[in-house]
Ligand binder design. Structure first.
Ligand SMILES: [Zn+2]
Length: 497
């Protein structure tokens, strides 16, 4: 490899302006495939969910899945698109072993949904991402390369094909080019995919699991000198986590800036993102539309969704995430900054469920963004995978509010809940964590502390109330931390005044 100037990210975005674009594939959660009645369940034995249609056997004829068309229209409506009153499926011709028909049924110049947008928020600012089109197609099968160390075709001794996925309805959502993002391009790309995932999850048309491949993202990136025409773009394929979306854009900006700084040219090509190294590597040179020899699919009737049907679907759309967040923020009485930290932590739904379970919004936020976020961070776990349910958090706060435990004990109780010892109430009982609320026992501990610290007691008697802290500490120590510090303080001051 020839040596290329290695710029820092800051140098790259100071010298060049990025233009990004995102193509996202979403596998729909329909019960059956796009053009046949085969089931779509994930994880079945290979090649058990196939039939003559999705295997491309001679003479088999496709029939379009109404539920998939409906889901696509709903996605289009949620993304503020116009729904085409008429359109046809098209054949995209190419050979690939995981595609038994040697063509894919897709949509070409007559997509179902066009010209919409999705607003995403970055640091309290709204960025509008234009949506070029949303179209419906069928997924391909899956190739498995066996015998090599990497699972890639190079070095494999044999390759196997599983056609269970062939023909599963796939929606492709293509943004318009997004210029003007500057140094925030990677962040904005990630925010867009996050928001899109949340919208689709809200519509309940896909489980949008990036790690299982039911949502996959291709990221287009190009660079130009300020004021110059847009540069040649590359397409980084199948980026399969939110974090990778951000890293892929960032690394591609750095790479292209290095090439351009050396006077080189960017080649229009497909690249692959590598999780381990965080960079992209050249794949194949990019085909153009003419290579695919698109033509209208002759085996399917045109799509002509009735205006009344579209209006019905639009009226029945659920509350979308952005609107929901605004409503919750006002119900919870959070400032913009409070809410932003909740969104950034991915805790909106957790807090919402905790409030529904009876906690106040402020206490729910305190636990999820405080102690629980800290533990998630320490163990590199997601908040919702910690093993603590919103109901447990609400119960914990209830115990604090009732004076049964204090904040410090509550953290110990959480430890027990995370360790799988049961609900907060069960952990309190099993570990004997309930605070000492028995007046007699507390009074004795207070008297002992005063007797053991006569100098401090004298100071408090003289009006130096701040000195009482040392006595409170002594009582807390004597009770193993199981006293309510505020009550103890009151008792001490009452005793010494
Ligand atoms: Zn089938």
């Amino acid at each position: 490899m020839s040596t290329v100037t290695q710029l820092s990210y800051e140098e790259a975005v100071a010298a060049f302006e990025p233009v990004i674009g995102l193509e996202t594939h979403v596998e729909l959660g329909t019960n059956t495939k796009m053009f046949c009645g085969c089931p779509t369940a994930f994880g079945a034995e290979p090649n058990t969910q196939v039939c003559p249609v999705c295997l491309g056997l001679p003479g088999a004829l496709p029939v379009a899945n109404r539920a998939a068309i409906e889901a696509t229209i709903r996605i289009g409506l949620a993304l503020n698109c116009s729904i085409a009153p008429w359109g046809r499926f098209a054949r995209k011709n190419y050979f690939y072993p995981d595609m038994p028909k040697n063509f894919q049924i897709s949509q070409y110049d007559e997509p179902l949904c066009v010209d919409g947008y999705l607003d995403v928020e970055i640091d309290g600012e709204t960025v509008r991402i234009g949506i070029e089109r949303v179209h419906l197609e069928e997924d391909t099968g899956k190739t498995l390369h066996v015998g090599g160390a990497t699972g890639r075709i190079h070095g494999a001794t044999e390759s196997l094909v599983d056609y269970n996925r062939a023909g599963i309805p796939l929606v492709e959502i293509v943004t318009k080019p997004v210029p003007g993002t500057g140094a925030r391009a990677p962040e904005i790309a990630r925010a867009y995919v996050t928001e899109l995932r949340d919208v689709i999850r809200t519509l309940d048309v896909s489980d949008v699991r990036m790690e299982q491949g039911s949502m996959r993202c291709d990221v287009n990136t190009s660079l130009n000198r300020p004021g110059a025409e847009w540069g040649t773009r590359t397409e980084t394929k199948n980026v399969n986590s939110l974090r990778s979306v951000e890293r892929a854009v960032r690394s591609e900006i750095i790479r292209q800036a290095g090439v351009l700084t050396d006077g080189g040219k960017i080649i229009q090509e497909t690249r692959h993102f590598h999780e381990e190294t965080g960079d992209t590597r050249s794949g194949r040179s990019k085909e153009t539309a003419t290579d695919y020899r698109y033509f209208p699919e002759p085996d399917l009737v045109p799509l002509a969704p009735a205006a009344e049907w579209i209006a019905e679907l639009k009226a029945a759309l659920p509350e979308l995430p952005r609107v929901r967040r605004a409503r919750l923020q006002s119900e919870w009485g959070f400032t913009d900054l409070d809410m932003q930290s909740v969104v950034n932590a991915g805790a909106v739904e957790l807090i919402s469920a905790t409030v529904e379970a009876g906690a106040t919004a402020a206490s729910a936020r305190k636990w999820w963004l405080g102690e629980l976020a800290r533990r998630a961070n320490e163990t590199e776990t997601e908040l919702d995978a910690l093993g603590v349910t919103p109901a447990a958090v609400a119960e914990l706060q209830g115990l604090v509010d009732a004076g049964k435990i204090n904040d410090k004990l509550a953290r110990v109780v959480l430890e027990g809940v995370i360790a799988g010892e049961g609900t907060p109430t069960e952990v309190v009982a099993a570990r004997g964590l309930e605070v000492v609320s028995d007046e007699g026992a507390l009074t004795k501990a207070v008297d002992d502390a005063i007797a053991a610290n006569p100098d401090v007691a004298a100071k408090v008697r003289d009006g130096k109330v701040a000195a009482a802290g040392a006595l409170v500490g002594a009582v807390m120590k004597a009770t193993g931390g199981k006293a309510d510090a505020k009550t103890v303080r009151e008792l001490i001051i009452a005793r010494l005044s």
